[in-house]
Design a protein. Sequence first.
Length: 369
Amino acid sequence: MRKGTKKIYVGDVAIGGDSPISIQSMTTAKTSDIDAVVKQINALEKAGCDISRSAINDMDDAKAISEIKNRTNLPFVADIQFDYKLALAAVENGCDCLRYNPGNIGSEEKVREIVEACKQRNIPIRIGVNSGSISKEIVDKFGGVNADSLVASAMEEIKILEDMDFYDMKISVKSSDVNTMIDAYRKLSSKVDYPLHLGVTEAGPIYQALVKSSIGIGSLLKDGIGDTIRVSITGDPVEEVKAAKTILKSLNLRRDGLDIVSCPTCSRTTVNLEEIVAEVEEKANGLNIDAKVAIMGCPVNGPGESKEADYGISAANGMGFLFENGKTIKKVKEEEIVDTLLDVLKESYKNEYWFKRICRHQRKWIYNN
């Protein structure tokens, strides 16, 4: 069972409580390059991202926020480091959330200015603890960078904000070490009821990042811990969103796009299953079709898996049987499998994309009014 946490809003996206677990990513273009950032955010939205974050490194970046928001739909998180004036400028220019590392903003008076600005505009703050940025005092006290020092850093900053009567926050305690990350979030979850942002930081190139993030984020979600996630990948941010969606779908926490079940193939496979699956995945990309689809070339498990899925193909010897909700609806030749399956999917879900867009804009209108 998922742990109950305080519900906050980042723009029109609810985080915590009974809200769906949201997906976040981060732009890589310089934020003042408005066209480039808008292009990235729109690509993230198309891939299924719920919230986008951008680094604010100077005043030009901060001033770009309002125009970026005018041209995009996703809530905008301003990532601030070192200069509290950039945080104030980001708030002034309409960011939906601030994120900073504990201790690097400066004195408590500077933090107080940020907090007061956020209070006036109902903007939440993410306290983002990373294993590479814990204060020397805390590292020394807890004998190094470990789960205890990560949690202590978060708790120290939480108390600072609570003493200023600020409670509209979410917390992360990320580490590049998966075991440390899991232990830290479990400890933190036992101490606070603020929504938690999950992630393995600096997880590396794509395959390494996928494995690390699936183990770390997936383990915590299975424990009922976590309200929003980011899969960190050295590469295209869109791949982060795809990975995050797959983690959530694998735990039945999200239905967003095709969830493809397919066998690894063996000598019993008599159709080119690898090619069929790749073609379905490619042609279904961007269709916003939410369904579990089994594509099987195994006479042992194929019919059963196909019947259990929303839609299924059980193929052998140049033919394929198409299932819908457990019932056989068509028999087609191998070369017709992909197009026939996609035609059925499109017919059943042709309004899904616009339904989602309408719902998002309705939430945005309600939030703004």
